[in-house]
Design a protein around this ligand. Structure first.
Ligand SMILES: [Zn+2]
Length: 63
């Protein structure tokens, strides 16, 4: 079973069917690319992608 991603915030959800960030439960497996944010405050990628919580994120989510 592939991991799912949240179409709203791009968060990759490895367990369950609900996004831990925005509580969206309409997740999709139609995503590609992955970025891992360790420290959102120190990360230019996080800033660019508007991510404030560390974790794994899809680069692109279809949905
Ligand atoms: Zn989300």
């Amino acid at each position: 079973m592939p991991d799912k991603a949240c179409p709203d915030c791009n968060r990759i959800v490895e367990e369950g069917n609900t996004c831990p960030i925005c509580k969206n439960n309409d997740l999709t497996t139609a995503w590609n690319g992955m970025i891992i944010i360790y420290d959102a405050d120190q990360s230019e990628i996080a800033e660019e992608a508007d991510i404030s919580t560390p974790g794994k994120y899809a680069v692109r989510v279809k949905g």
